[in-house]
Design a protein around this ligand. Structure first.
Ligand code: DGJ
Length: 395
């Protein structure tokens, strides 16, 4: 009798699962590859570059910026940077791609390379040229940050028109002597280059802003942590880094210096409300993306914290970046909205015609290099940012 009840329960659960998977079919992965010549986005399909290889720019960012034109000048292109996950979870270089139309992508290699061994920094001409003049201790530090067994996640790039330099920031992590957990370091790395295609030279990695003494720190054991992160360049050229801190419990926005190579003020001297703010203490958010909409309002989208699994997105918006942030709730509408259409936010960007595009990662924890890209059109309804599923679309 117990066996019969068990079997009936299994049949019931299987039919319920069938229902839910048929509703989720709308936003399921495709077993087909995207052909760039179709001039469409197929969210959930495999996206390949112009050499036919799977695009490796996960946890990334798309934007228009000047790139070398091959004759000593520059030309505007869409630039896509992100984690090259051919090496799996660890040792991800930063892949860089360019496109003229957002459909055809040319790969320019890893602009910031992971370092295969400590010896490579003394012997490989790529690294010896890049780090010429570094002391052995400084090279040890480069290896500690970029070694093949380290975490390099969510890289983002800014172009600084005043210095002519390209700057990458990324989540730098790995185990410590105290803890073998791969996310025990919780710092932000920074690298610089004359070209978006690299080579990028590591400048250092840092702990960032700290909870002021008159506020409640959600994780006082570890000050200034920086994990999932993003960059934002305001219309006046001011750069910001937005990141999750306090053991993923609280998001921070910190102003960068005029070169984008460090914070506007050391964490010990930074003025709360002028150099940085912490927002939504205890809200447990990751994968932050900060933009300024065409209406001048700032929008901050983020995910919850469930590893490689998707969860519900949320948007906050504000009239000024260090002002009061309004909780706008879940920006996603329709089937799949409760799990952000099975994605995690990483970028919001504009096509040349002004169309805003949401770019989320659909992580495949079993095979990270085959994680899929989901790009969807963004609408501003009143002053609310909304995202709806589209199986096939063009900008
Ligand atoms: C969620 C983060 O957003 C990703 O960048 C990555 O760190 C995974 N967690 C690892 O589980």
């Amino acid at each position: 009798m117990r066996k019969l009840v068990f079997l009936l329960c299994c049949v019931l659960l299987a039919s319920l699962w069938g229902c839910s998977s048929s509703t989720s079919f709308l936003y399921a992965n495709r077993d087909i590859s995207l052909d760039p010549d179709d001039g469409v986005f197929l969210p959930g399909a495999q996206w390949r570059d112009m050499d036919g290889e799977l695009i490796q720019a996960h946890g990334g960012q798309v934007q228009r910026m000047p790139v070398p034109d091959g004759s000593g000048g520059t030309v505007e292109r869409y630039v896509w940077v992100g984690e090259d996950k051919r090496s799996g979870h660890l040792g991800n270089g930063v892949g860089v791609y360019t496109s003229e139309d957002l459909y055809h992508w040319d790969f320019h290699g890893d602009a910031l390379r992971s370092v295969p061994s400590r010896e490579a920094l003394d012997q490989d001409s790529y690294f010896t040229a890049l780090y010429a003049g570094y002391t052995p201790e400084q090279l040890d530090e480069v290896f500690a940050v970029l070694g093949a067994d380290k975490v390099i996640e969510r890289p983002k790039m800014l172009y600084n028109a005043a210095t002519g330099k390209y700057v990458i920031w990324f989540h730098s992590d790995g185990p410590t002597a105290k803890n073998s957990y791969y996310y025990d370091i919780g710092m932000a790395g920074c690298a610089i280059s004359d070209s978006p295609f690299g080579p990028f030279q590591l400048l250092g990695r840092y702990r960032l802003s700290q909870c002021p003494e008159d506020q409640i720190d959600c994780y006082p054991a570890s000050k200034g942590e920086a994990r999932d992160m993003n960059l934002f360049q305001d219309t006046d050229g001011t750069g910001y880094i937005v990141y999750t801190s306090e053991n993923n419990k609280t998001l921070y926005i910190s102003k960068l210096n005029s070169e984008y190579t460090y914070l506007s003020a050391d964490p010990e001297e930074a003025v709360y409300g002028e150099d940085y703010i912490r927002i939504f203490p205890g809200a447990m958010r990751e994968a932050p993306v900060l933009i300024r909409g065409d209406n001048g309002r700032y929008y901050l989208m983020s995910s919850s914290t469930t590893g490689w699994a998707s969860n519900q997105a949320r948007v906050w918006s504000a009239d000024s970046i260090f002002g009061a942030w309004r909780n706008d709730g879940n920006p996603c509408v329709g089937d799949g909205a409760s799990v952000t259409f099975d994605t995690q936010s990483t970028s919001l960007f504009q096509a040349e015609n002004g169309q805003w595009i949401y770019y989320g990662d659909r992580w495949n924890g079993e095979n990270l290099m085959d994680s899929r890209y989901i790009w969807l059109p963004v609408q501003f309804e009143g002053d609310r940012l909304t995202i709806r599923w589209q199986s096939r679309w063009s900008w």
